[in-house]
Ligand binder design. Structure first.
Ligand code: ARG
Length: 367
């Protein structure tokens, strides 16, 4: 990441002429150290916004062509350098949005300055969050859930007929077959998947909300939505039908103030982690010598040098334990949003800090 420089922030003008700068303050407010991963979504949002600006004739075709070319080059550069290696990140510019915009202006000059017409970082960051959830987060979790379900279904096929006791109060209850118990986990994970699918049916494009109360410019929010969310072969959303409810956010004030989508997501993750912790605990019990129902391959257990007879179910214990982290993220985000006035407050920036770990706590390795 590039070192701090003393150049002025692009939006600093008037009062101090941008001459006042405090390094500690700059480091305190930045989110660049944890939001660079949003770059792809930020660029997609910027291209959709620029196409709309051209559609309503606020910028020319030439401006649009320059902006699109510049943004696509920036994306290529970031991808070639690896996200953290790109030279355009400057902490004094605070975040991913400002860095990409500054790099664009540096690259293409005047047309780059027009990209910010009618938008604010407040609707930009809300848009990036929605896209991150839809494009990265849901997909990663779906894949994790499906993979777990499929592994359980394979086990069902191989050994599902084995007769075993079922338990209530952890006391022997009725006899069941192993397949019956496995299907209980598969079903619970299916509900976890449904919870995520319900979230994924709503896009709600916040662009056009501006800083809080929109803009007096003739922005076409539906055009932005269609550009960003509708594939080339899909029909565009055209009029004020019910579908609009799913396309556009209903209030610019709420759209920039809300992190509800992130909260719903972390709640859905918490439920998933809760079910995984129950399954982990069940198998930890089943592999004790007292129960002796199952053994876990050496690759997935650890041993003890002093007690060679032992195999420890560390992976299952970590799945059980990590649930605590996911619950912690839910409580953190609820508390970040608690008591905030309606409109953007900088507190909301903190939503991103544990964002990667929402997902990686639940399905380690992603992120
Ligand atoms: N980095 C900020 C965030 O993540 C972007 C929004 C800043 N908006 C503002 N008015 N300062 O929330």
């Amino acid at each position: 990441m590039a070192a701090m420089t003393t150049s002025r922030k692009p939006w600093e003008h008037a009062k101090s002429g941008g001459s006042e700068h405090d390094e500690l303050a700059a480091r305190f407010v930045e989110s660049l150290s944890y939001d660079t991963r949003l770059y792809k979504h930020d660029i997609v949002g910027s291209i959709a916004h620029a196409r709309m600006l051209c559609h309503v004739k606020l910028i020319t075709e030439e401006d649009l062509a320059a902006i699109e070319k510049g943004l696509s080059e920036i994306q290529d550069e970031i991808e070639a350098a690896g996200v953290t290696g790109w030279g355009g990140w400057q902490i004094e510019l605070e975040d991913v949005h400002m860095c990409i915009e500054a790099a664009l202006i540096e690259k293409i000059g005047e047309p780059g300055k027009k990209l910010h017409t009618g938008r604010s970082r407040n609707d930009q960051v809300a848009t990036d969050l929605v896209r991150w959830l839809h494009v990265d987060a849901y997909t990663a979790i779906w894949q994790g859930i499906k993979g777990t379900q499929n592994a359980m279904l394979d086990l069902c096929e191989q050994q599902g007929d084995i007769v075993m006791p079922s338990y209530t109060h952890l006391q022997r209850a009725q006899p069941v077959v192993l397949g019956g118990e496995l299907i209980a986990w598969v079903t619970a994970l299916g509900h976890c998947e449904e919870r995520l699918m319900e979230l994924a049916t709503f896009h709600g494009s916040p662009l056009g909300s501006g800083a809080i109360a929109g803009s007096s410019l003739p922005l076409d929010r539906l055009y932005v939505y269609n550009t960003m969310w509708r594939g080339e072969d899909e029909p565009p959303c055209e009029d004020l039908s019910d579908e609009m409810v799913f396309c556009l956010t209903g209030s610019s004030i709420e759209a920039t103030a809300s992190r509800d989508r992130a909260l719903d997501f972390v709640y859905a993750l918490s439920m998933t982690a809760m079910w995984l912790s129950r399954w982990a605990e069940q198998w930890i019990i089943y592999m004790t010598s007292e129960f002796g129902f199952l053994t876990i391959g050496d690759a997935y257990t650890t041993g003890s040098s002093m007690m060679p007879q032992k195999r420890n179910p560390d992976m299952l214990e970590l799945i059980r334990g990590r649930c605590g982290n996911v619950y912690g993220h839910l409580m953190a985000l609820l508390t970040i949003c608690k008591g905030l006035t309606v409109g953007y407050n900088r507190d909301l920036q903190e939503d991103k800090r544990p964002k990667r770990s929402y997902v990686s706590s639940c399905w380690g390795g992603w992120g």
